[in-house]
Design a protein around this ligand. Structure first.
Ligand code: SF4
Length: 504
């Protein structure tokens, strides 16, 4: 009874979390070649490339958000799906114990993290039968930042900057452009989109996500959809969103479109946005032993070609060295576009911490502090802790709290990705603080900037949501919102919105 199924699935999860598929690597290499040297996007892509290489060589998670594991399984007729589901779930729990997956399954009523990625609805496992004597398992790890950027449109409708989107492929084209524009850097661009035209609200999203199992370079068998995909890829990069929304030449690396029949009254366009950390692999298993007979999307015989053929993130000499805790005069001297290297204590805090700080006292003195929107992957290391992946999470979720936190606790630097809104921008100016954008998904890169874990507060929220007391050295980030009312995010969103109007 498939004695190797557990170990094969564990191997699949490990490789998917740590190794980007060759087609995604190739697309990211093309993106790197397109960005002029010295630009913010080029710098961010260098960090991303270094991170991809570090993850593959060290078998660490490419991004600390290992996402919602989604398995698509095809089995011969008669396979025992109940037993197979159990084996897959046990492999997920083991991968979580080993730190390959971050504990990501949270009880929606109590907020309790199950700690092992198991719970109602998680992981997602879809079974299908086929008339072959083999088992195929494909896995997609899609994080929360990009999942939150998914969009569903009900046509006909009016779209900002694009006008009316009709129930035509031209209307669909407008929806896709709008989805990429609204994601900006929040979904860790440059991303890829899977799209479903039609279906109902549920099947539309499902089929859109299924499109992400296609390789970036495949050709749509439907010539009408192939033409649409080509039209999108031919124009979308004029938007200028760029890497992490910093502005630049490449906003999207792939567009895959499928179509389902619909009800006469409905016309949904569902868009599943995936980030640059587009983690998708698969295996074909022997139907008797469960051994891996063949990999999908990767060729294990050929060694991985590193993304970088030179040193990674290099200092140019104009970076601003900051030591925490920060004083007001230093912070007010910073302006949008400055690259900073932070050293000293840093505290993590994301959704649960911000909700807590709104109602309770802070567990540590946050005056002058750098507060990092990050949910790291953490492993117990003797009496202490070791952080194995630590990139930024999407900051806009903290917008309802951030201004109050800045005013109440005296935080001087908020670090995250994707930028924040008007309330936070106003509070930055009022209190003398900055927003620093780290490169989303660069979890291995930033983990190496952490010298020590000095402690932890609020661990009852689970490891991703706790407040970790870090000591960092030369942690790089870009000032994207300063204390003088400037926001790079607002500027790029406005400029790219004007381009949308041209592309309508
Ligand atoms: S790269 Fe960004 S969007 Fe993707 S999983 Fe990581 S943090 Fe989330």
């Amino acid at each position: 009874m498939l004695p190797s199924l557990f170990s094969s699935v564990l191997e699949l999860i490990t490789k998917t979390s740590t190794e980007l598929p060759p087609d995604v690597r190739a697309a990211m290499r093309t993106a790197m070649a397109a960005e002029p040297v010295g630009t913010r996007s080029a710098q961010a892509l260098t960090i991303i490339a270094e991170n991809i290489d570090l993850a593959a060589t060290g078998e660490g998670a490419i991004c600390q958000d290992t996402g919602m594991p989604t398995f698509e399984v095809k089995t011969p007729v008669g396979a025992n799906h109940i037993w197979m589901r159990q084996q897959i779930r046990e492999a997920v729990a083991e991968a979580t114990r080993r730190g390959v997956l971050r504990p990501n399954s949270v009880d929606s009523i109590t907020g309790q993290n199950s700690g092992d990625n198991l719970g109602p609805g998680t992981p997602i496992i879809h079974f299908e039968q086929w008339e072959r004597e083999a088992i195929e398992i494909k896995l997609l790890l899609k994080g929360g930042g990009c999942e939150n950027m998914n969009a569903q449109y009900s046509l006909p409708m009016e779209l900002p900057n694009l006008g009316r989107a009709d129930r035509t492929l031209e209307g669909v084209r407008k929806c896709i452009l709008h989805a990429v524009w609204q994601a900006q850097g929040k979904g860790c661009s440059p991303g890829a989109v899977g799209v479903c035209v039609g279906g109902d609200r549920t099947s539309g999203y499902l089929h859109a996500k299924e499109q992400l199992f296609r390789t970036i370079d495949d050709l749509n068998p439907d010539p009408r959809l192939a033409e649409l995909e080509a039209a999108i890829m031919g124009t979308v990069n004029r938007l200028g969103v760029g890497t992490m929304g910093f502005g630049g030449e490449v906003s999207l690396i792939g567009c895959k479109v499928g179509a389902f029949n619909r009800l006469p009254a409905s016309f949904f366009v569902s868009v599943a946005y995936d980030c640059w950390a587009y983690r998708r692999l698969g295996v074909v298993l022997d139907a008797h032993s469960g051994d891996i007979a063949r990999w999908l999307y990767r060729d294990p015989v050929n060694p991985i070609v590193p993304m970088l053929d030179q040193a990674g993130f290099a200092r140019t000499g104009v970076e601003v060295a900051l030591t925490t805790p920060l004083d007001e005069a230093t912070v007010r001297s910073l302006k949008v576009g400055d690259v900073v290297l932070i050293s000293g204590p840093m505290f993590t805090g994301r959704d649960a911490v911000h909700a807590h700080l709104a109602k309770h006292d802070a567990p540590v003195d946050l005056r002058g502090a750098a507060l990092y929107h990050c949910g790291p992957v953490v492993q117990k290391d003797g009496d202490g802790w070791r952080i194995t992946a630590a990139g930024p999470t999407t900051s806009i979720r903290e917008e309802p709290y951030q201004a109050d936190v800045l005013r109440r606790y005296g935080v001087r630097a908020v670090i995250g990705k994707g930028g924040m809104g008007a309330k936070t921008l106003e509070a930055l100016g009022e209190t003398g603080a900055v927003y620093l954008n780290a490169v989303g998904g660069a979890a291995q890169f930033y983990a190496r900037a952490i010298e020590a874990v000095d402690g932890v507060s609020l661990l009852e929220f689970g490891t991703p949501e706790a407040m970790w007391h870090l000591r960092v050295k030369d942690f790089p980030a870009i000032v994207t919102m300063d204390a003088h009312g400037n926001s790079l995010h607002k500027d790029v969103e406005t400029a790219s919105g004007e381009v949308l109007a041209v592309l309508r």
